[in-house]
Ligand binder design. Structure first.
Ligand code: MOS
Length: 759
């Protein structure tokens, strides 16, 4: 019902129905191709005489390969080769060549480089055959003898080895220096709480598995369809690892079946497929299995301690937040876990700490709202605990400590409509009817609880280029090597361009997903709309100016005396604002000036000097209702209201989908998702979707999304901040807080599975 009301409230447009403007609810321009099966993903691109590679994975976590016996595999009909570290083509040695654009500090994993084993499930051979079935069968016949060494895979057991991470990762900001005297204030405080919070490992499970199809042409050029969040990052990586000129490799990713951070870095199937293509001079496809995807690239296991102190009126007097997270022996994978605790609430005494423990796993990987997903969980559960210690409403406690300027850096916010999120979210949810005491709402055998939490994420902008070609018939093609991981980039960029030039949506085509297009950053950090969207806006504004100049020069032009600032681009016209009769169509301008096409290029550099003067973030307030069956320990999340402040919304429909998706994953983080490592074997055991639980339809009930009004011209010229990750942040904490409100039991580890909640 609320969906219906929302739909009626928002002006909408379907593809092919004409005019669009920023903020409308627009269906995906690529939706039809996806539904019809015409949108091809990395493993679906055909090639002549294609070979199929299947990966053989290590069965030990640490050690050395003594011998690999491949005779039986090679004797299998259809098998062409078994590639191992011993017979692979030449690859480069130095770390620097393996560093992709988002690599953390350390020594990146080099597949099939030598005989060393660094984690369970590491690739040790690639069986290549004429059919997938032959390769898969033969992969089971490869025998590997290992020299086994000791391993350590438990974060909890190895905590005493923790160390401060190095600072060398783009986008990583170490915790700031302590402010005031948090420990002394906490010791002396009248009202205080402390808690230890544990978050288990989560593995990436996008629908599309990691896949690369390498298509080799006669002249040796490689066209690679890769499952990645950046075609240019994969292109860069392949060129460097194999020492190939950048003109010899093109990477494409026109469609990506979900990624969520799993495609920020090139995954090992890419170099393996290239290796086989170079060695055998053939086209090769390698797709990983779902089981193999459970061997690397996880959200790191993290243990956190939070201490909060307050005065009797709820004013926060001290915040202490420390996290210990896992990384691999190879790299210092880092994320921002604790910094949020210094940025969200006004408080004079703050001490934050972040440490790593290196374990014998593959490097952890960014996963939707990396760092904030569990960092904000601990802070927001701790705030809830403090509210009970104060006998204060949890929302009132947050409002009491609302930060008007960024407490960590003393900077004003570029925009911050968090207060409106609290107000509108609480109103829609009915928060004012909430009883303060836990365990007081019941229906039948179920206990009902209402909880809330705050969310926060960065509003980032990177560097990007775009080009645009306007044709004489008024059709427009805009290009940038951006990515659409399913988030709606095609549609958002088409809307921005159509809005800028006043063209109907069906006249605009946005091209992305090709490493030869103008430079775009990796699609990550919720920054793509603010970044690529601003480049698209920029290139369209250049076209506007060119069109205006051409229009003015036309004989007896209606715009002869007009100024550019007074002209609007709407309905296919250049028109003087407020004088609808003073107009000329864009097609007539092209025809009159004899232009068959107009081309513009634009380079979007963020205005760093201006941006640095502001704290730039998105915010949210999440309200949750749970129903808990105390005897079975089961939890149903029956109602969620998520109020989001994320700048100007470009496409109300796909933006809402992003938030709904984030909430669904937040429920998974809270209740379902966890990978268990058997530390005797050093291996993740529940490596399939039967034993690793994600939220399914039966787990999801009402999810209501509110976008509060915000327009941030400091983050981006189009006013947008980005919505990819903010929808997830705070959800698991709100669920935890609602469970406490229902039952009076505080569960400080995620996921909160029935075994932990049973009475
Ligand atoms: Mo996102 S974890 O930056 O893809």
């Amino acid at each position: 019902m609320t969906d219906l009301i929302e739909a009626l409230r928002t002006p909408s447009a379907e593809p092919g129905t004409g005019a669009v403007s920023i903020g409308m609810a627009v269906s995906r321009v690529d939706g039809r191709d996806k539904v019809m099966g015409k949108a091809r993903y990395a493993a679906e691109h055909p090639a002549e005489d294609l070979l199929y590679g299947v990966v053989v994975s290590s069965s030990i976590p640490v050690g050395r390969i003594k011998e690999i016996r491949v005779a039986a595999a090679l004797a299998t009909p259809g098998v062409v080769d078994v590639i191992t570290h011993a017979n692979r083509p030449r690859i480069r040695s130095f770390d620097i060549f393996y560093k992709d654009m988002t690599a953390p500090s350390g020594s990146p994993f080099r597949p099939l480089y030598d005989d060393k084993i660094a984690y369970s499930g590491q690739p040790v051979a690639l069986v290549v055959a004429a059919t997938f079935e032959a390769a898969r069968y033969a992969a089971r016949l490869v025998e590997v003898d290992y020299e086994v060494e000791n391993h350590a895979t438990s974060l909890v057991e190895n905590r005493e080895r923790s160390y401060k991470p190095s600072r060398l990762k783009a986008g990583f900001t170490p915790p700031p220096d302590p402010k005031g005297h948090a420990d002394e204030v906490w010791e002396k405080a009248a009202v205080k709480i402390e808690g230890q919070y544990y978050s288990g490992v989560e593995h990436h499970n996008p629908l599309e598995m990691f896949a690369s199809t390498v298509i080799r042409s006669e002249d040796g050029h490689l066209t690679i369809y890769d499952k990645t969040q950046s075609s240019q990052n994969s292109r860069w990586y392949v060129s460097h690892v194999f020492g190939l000129s950048k003109h010899k490799v093109t990477v494409r990713n026109p469609y990506v079946g979900g990624a969520f951070g799993s495609g920020l870095r090139p995954q090992y199937q890419l170099p393996l497929a290239v290796m086989a293509a170079l060695k055998l001079e053939r086209s090769v496809r390698v797709v990983l299995t779902r089981q193999q995807m459970f061997t690397f690239g996880h959200r790191p296991e993290t243990v956190q301690r939070v201490k909060l102190a307050a005065q009797a009126d709820g004013t926060l007097s001290a915040i202490i937040h420390e996290a210990v997270a896992e990384t691999s022996r190879m790299e210092d994978y880092v994320e921002v876990v604790v910094n949020w605790s210094g940025e969200l609430y006004a408080c004079e005494h703050v001490r934050l700490g972040y440490h790593l423990v290196d374990l014998d796993h593959a490097s952890p990987m960014d996963m939707r709202a990396p760092g904030a997903a569990h960092g904000m969980h601990a802070l927001e559960v701790a705030m809830d605990e403090l509210s009970y210690a104060l006998n204060m409403d949890p929302l009132a406690l947050r409002l009491k400590n609302y930060a008007e300027i960024d407490p960590s850096h003393g900077l004003p916010y570029s925009t911050k409509e968090l207060r409106a999120c609290y107000e509108q979210g609480a109103e829609r949810f009915g928060w004012s009817r909430r009883p303060l005491a836990p365990g007081t709402m019941r229906e039948g055998r179920e206990l009902i609880g209402w909880g809330m939490a705050t969310g926060m994420w960065d509003a980032m902008q990177m560097f990007a280029r775009a080009s645009a070609v306007l044709h004489a018939d008024g059709s427009l093609v805009v290009s940038s090597a951006a990515t659409d991981i399913g988030t709606g980039t095609y549609t958002a960029m088409s809307i921005i361009a159509a809005d800028a030039l006043g063209l109907p949506l069906e006249r605009v085509r946005f091209q992305l997903g090709d490493s030869t297009l103008p430079v775009a950053p990796i699609e990550g950090g919720s920054s793509h709309v603010a970044t690529v969207g601003s480049a698209v806006q920029g290139v369209c504004e250049k076209l506007q100016k060119t069109l205006f100049k051409l229009a003015k020069k036309l004989p007896s032009s209606p715009l002869a005396k007009a100024r550019f600032a007074d002209v609007e681009f709407t309905g296919g016209l250049l028109r003087v604002r407020g004088r609808p009769e003073t107009a000329i169509s864009l097609v007539d301008v092209m025809a009159g000036s004899g232009e068959s096409r107009l081309e513009e290029k634009y380079m979007m550099l963020p205005n760093m000097l201006k941006q640095m003067k502001y704290q730039r973030s998105t915010h949210s307030a999440v309200f949750v209702e749970v129903r808990v069956d105390p005897e079975f320990g089961t939890v149903r999340v029956t109602r969620v209201v998520s109020a989001i402040a994320a700048g100007r919304i470009i496409n109300a429909k796909t933006a809402r989908s992003q938030i709904v998706g984030g909430v669904v994953w937040g429920i998974g983080q809270a209740l379902h998702e966890e990978t268990f490592c058997d530390h005797r074997l050093g291996r993740f055991m529940n490596h399939n979707l039967a034993e690793y639980h994600v939220s399914v339809n039966a787990d999801i009930h009402e999810i209501d999304v509110i976008f509060v009004q915000e327009d941030d011209r400091i983050v981006s010229r189009i006013g947008a901040k980005g919505v990819g990750e903010i929808g997830l942040v705070g959800v698991s904490a709100a669920v935890c807080n609602a469970i406490y409100h229902a039952t009076g039991r505080r569960e400080r580890s995620t996921p909160m599975t029935p075994d932990k909640l049973m009475q």
